[in-house]
Design a binder for this molecule. Structure first.
Ligand SMILES: [Zn+2]
Length: 297
């Protein structure tokens, strides 16, 4: 049976882009860390379902809360990198981007004691104009990226991009595999079934059908993502515009139940395992990482 990839973007609730634009002043006065308790909740849920996941951890969160990283490693999940300060790649220069990812990678590797080979950009912020980032990722030792979301969205998304793992950059033997966030394609449109706010908003049955379709009909693994704060219904609620409030808080009460249903219904594992990459990013099968095998959109 096809195994899908489960990923977690480990950050504080106030790293969410909407929160930052919607309530920036409030954050600076009320900032309260909630990452430890929400990661604990998620780790318990994964333990219950005997599931391993890839945790894309923010460098500054790892530095402030090393216990969170240790707890994740202890349960044999994969540690990957979500950048250092949650700054969109599209707002950074090339040297700034290199400094951000190498600082985060070093912080994580110090805590984990092994290579960190996966990267996800904050807010999926590697657009076509930032494709220079792939070369830098490879030079800094990353082997796969999961920052592409092939949907139409007001802030991110590339609806025409490939939907399944493929080689996005290569120079000689150095290559980078892209594992896009999953979509189900229906009537020529990509529907978001890969998690985040859409998962909270959409009925579970619809997402289940989408994942089933990708697994059975297209014979491809799904990349699903969530944030620890989505399992925290007691998230502080500062004043903000209603549309920001809706996106951030919709479905928080039901999220843990929905995630449990998802884990009961489909097999999930780490991105590294689904891509068949070894500890240092080397392919573990003769045909290599899934990568490069499929470039169909
Ligand atoms: Zn993030």
């Amino acid at each position: 049976m096809l195994v899908n990839a489960l990923s977690v973007d480990v950050e504080e609730y106030y790293h969410a882009a909407i929160f930052r634009t919607g309530a920036r002043d409030w954050i600076t006065r009320h900032v309260e860390s909630r990452v430890e308790r929400s990661v604990d909740r998620l780790l318990a849920l994964l333990r219950e379902h005997r599931t391993h996941a890839t945790f894309f951890i923010l460098g500054e969160v790892a530095a402030a809360h090393p216990a969170v990283v240790h707890a994740i490693v202890k349960e044999r999940h994969e540690v990957a990198c979500h950048g250092d300060r949650h700054e969109d790649v599209s707002r950074q220069t090339r040297p700034e981007f290199r400094a951000d990812i190498s600082r985060a990678k070093a912080r994580l590797e110090d805590l984990v004691g092994e290579s960190v080979i996966g990267y996800r950009a904050p807010n999926f912020s590697i657009g076509r104009a930032q494709s220079w980032a792939y070369e830098i990722l490879v030079e800094e030792g990353f082997r796969y990226d999961s920052s592409l979301y092939p949907i139409l969205h007001d802030r991110y998304g590339q609806p025409g991009a490939p939907r399944f793992p493929y080689e996005i950059w290569r120079n000689g033997s150095h290559r980078l595999v892209e594992f896009p966030i999953s979509t189900a394609r229906l009537l020529g449109v990509n529907f978001p079934i890969g998690g985040g706010g859409y998962f909270r908003l959409l009925p579970f049955g619809l997402v289940r059908l989408g994942i089933q379709r990708v697994n059975a009909r297209e014979q491809q693994p799904v990349m699903f993502y969530l944030h620890p704060w989505e399992l925290d219904p007691e998230l502080p609620r500062p004043p903000m515009a209603w549309h920001h409030r809706f996106r951030l808080y919709v479905g928080l009460e039901k999220e843990a139940v929905k995630i449990a249903r998802l884990l009961a219904r489909f097999p999930f594992g780490t991105a590294r395992d689904v891509l068949r990459l070894g500890g240092r990013g080397e392919p573990t099968t003769r045909d290599g990482a899934r990568s490069g095998l499929d470039t169909s959109g």
